[in-house]
Design a protein around this ligand. Sequence first.
Ligand SMILES: *Cc1c(COP(=O)(O)O)cnc(C)c1O
Length: 370
Amino acid sequence: MAIPQCDPKAACLRRRTALDAALGRVLDSGEYILGKECAAFEQEFAAFLHSPHGVATGSGTDALELCLRACGIGPGHGVATVSHTAVATVAAIERTGAIPFLVDVARDSFCMDPRALEQVLDQDRRCGKTIRAILPVHLYGRMADMTAILDLARHFGPLPVIEDCAQAHGAATGQRLAGTWGTAAAFSFYPTKNLGAFGDGGLAATGDDTLAATLRQLRQYGWQERHVSQRPGINSRLDEMQAALLRVMLGDLEAGNRRRVAIARCYRQAITAPGVTLPEEVAGHVYHQYVLRTPRRDALRDHLAREAIGTAIHYPLPVHLMPAYRGRLPGHDRLPQSEALVGTILSLPMFPELTDRQVSRIIEVINQWL
Ligand SMILES: *Cc1c(COP(=O)(O)O)cnc(C)c1O
């Protein structure tokens, strides 16, 4: 029995008939960019979030970039973010011309450590006041400590806070969903995310009417009316096919997240292998990834591979140690947790279509490991 770490095709097969119908509807409509499907998806996703505005984009990276630009971030500004993340977070900041200031993560949450953020902001206040925004990442489906981060944003600014929600569709703290805490938020619909398209896609969410209007301009050449640019913009649109497919998949998001939580609970209750630290069980976590820690990570990974169980490492290198960024981003020499984590983390299979039998098999193989 081969078990993959993730399986976007399984989600496709489960909804194949509805997906085919959605594609057919778009092909027959004669409208392929920024039409009815995109508008409907934006409304439906914003309603899901309880957020006033959703502005769909071509990717999650673009959504991050446009959120930053809409908040006035540009060349020479600093943006506080983490190094233990998908590289897209940092790449989006640099695309605006701004400088990523790296902040360490807390070991147990894998997310931005508010105490480390306070130190970075405090130091920045004393020399230069370069930092103009904070960009926390809700990594693996668990929310960063938004209460503490928003407090710091008010204290040191007020600074805009842009949430990277690419791994946190439906994640929450209390009753309030990820993507409704900050000034603006970026979602990705890359196929393996909790809500995935069948290609690229993204969305910027905000509660601010002016920001939403700016985002709509920025994603299409800065246009308000056609052919008249109000500001320099880019081309980053969600096409009608992806929008129509995403409307189908959105209907499954909450059930998919519940299934992820149930799988995480099985892992939590039954994995007993010594030397393995399991992620904390936290309300509102939607387990985009289930990431355990063990000092003998490579050995466990090999053991699972021998039994045909797929795993992954998210991520093998923190951004500040990648060749493209090494040594040149502020804060890169003060990230002890980010550096200590990477050699110990392992992502187990996690997707809603995993069967109970497969979950039991994964647990059994891990518990056999010596
Ligand atoms: C996937 C991801 C992104 C980028 O999204 P794309 O749609 O691939 O551009 C950004 N941040 C994080 C944390 C991600 O996981």
